[in-house]
Design a protein around this ligand. Structure first.
Ligand SMILES: Nc1nc2c(ncn2[C@@H]2O[C@H](COP(=O)(O)OP(=O)(O)OP(=O)(O)O)[C@@H](O)[C@H]2O)c(=O)[nH]1
Ligand SMILES: [Mg+2]
Length: 295
């Protein structure tokens, strides 16, 4: 059989995590319309009789702004050098810029087998696909481009076959029943962060970290979860909580429903909001909040 690792790389908001979830067939990474949703690499494992593909979802490429984004970009850079295949995800609906071309060239220059998934084809005119393929080809990009839609499931099976064909022969890297390298506790904190990304605007969600303090399964099968939403500024705390706690109640209830779906059990969720001034720029705090170096 063939098996190996695939770095899923691309600009922030391109649709990498959505594509990984669809290919794996389960939600392993959170998704939102805001860039910089993924903060750390997350493995998603797709096991078939004939191959096992280990996707490594990465933080999208974005301007470095603080210690956290710096660390995110290092995670992406390191991942791209430690894998068997690179899957470059491009948002087709955004067109092709000079910057996209230079990024694709940069990753192609690593010399690993590479594919370009040209995604979101469901929300763009069909004729843009051959137009952009031509632009890429004329710019000197020889990598195969596969148009897909993660949302509609278009060409996903084809993409899987193309990736598998590039993997080395070898045994499985993970047992059959494993879909992610991350714990349930990690997914719980990410689901909370996803709802915050969906509900709040601008800097608020980007300045939030979620720390799960208690994650306990009770005898009756229900879970007791107690977590902190850590934000950067006092005025952010006020916005997160909202008038008479309404905003926080809503976002917590939304998160709890998703947690219950994910765990398949009832969840009792307690949420606190805390302020840690400018934590994104403080290396020591990053580690404490779960963003320590993984190497
Ligand atoms: N219409 C459409 N939207 C998509 C598709 N794939 C992803 N999206 C949307 O694009 C947005 C970004 O998706 P993500 O999967 O979070 O993107 P990402 O590349 O992982 O982003 P970062 O983690 O921030 O780098 C979300 O609103 C998705 O719903 C697609 O195939 N079609
Ligand atoms: Mg992502």
């Amino acid at each position: 059989m063939r098996s190996g690792t695939v770095a899923v790389i691309g600009r922030a908001n391109a649709g990498k995590s959505t594509l990984v979830n669809v290919m794996v067939g389960e939600k392993v990474a959170i998704v939102s319309p805001k860039p910089q949703t993924t903060r750390d690499r997350i493995m998603g494992v797709l096991t078939r009789e004939e191959h096992q593909i280990v996707f490594v979802d990465t933080p999208g490429i974005y301007r470095h702004r603080n210690e956290l984004t710096d660390r995110m970009m290092r995670a992406t850079e390191n991942t791209s050098k430690e894998v068997d295949v690179i899957l470059f995800v491009h948002d087709g609906h955004a067109g092709v810029s000079e910057e996209d071309i230079s990024l694709m060239k940069k990753y192609a220059a690593l010399g690993l087998p590479m594919l370009i998934a040209y995604t979101k084809t469901d929300i763009m005119p069909k004729e843009n696909i051959p137009r952009d393929a031509k632009i890429l080809y004329e710019a000197g990009i020889e990598t195969d481009v596969i148009p897909v839609s993660a949302r509609k499931g278009r060409n996903i099976a084809l993409l899987e076959r193309e990736i598998a064909a590039l993997l080395p022969e070898g045994d499985k890297l993970f047992p059959d029943d494993v879909v992610s390298d991350r714990s349930e506790k990690f997914m719980i904190s990410e689901l909370m962060r996803e709802k915050i990304l969906l509900k709040y605007e601008k800097e608020i969600p980007h300045g939030v970290a979620v720390v799960v303090n208690t994650f306990e399964k009770r005898e009756n099968g229900a879970y007791a979860i107690d977590l902190d939403i850590v934000c950067e500024k006092r005025n952010h705390k006020a916005i997160l909580i909202g008038k008479q706690g309404k905003a926080l109640k809503e976002v917590a209830s939304f998160a709890r429903q998703d947690m219950e779906k994910f765990l398949g059990a009832k969840v009792f969720l307690t949420v606190y909001v805390k302020v840690r001034e400018d934590w994104r720029d403080r290396a020591g705090l990053l580690k404490e909040l779960g963003y320590g170096e993984t190497e």
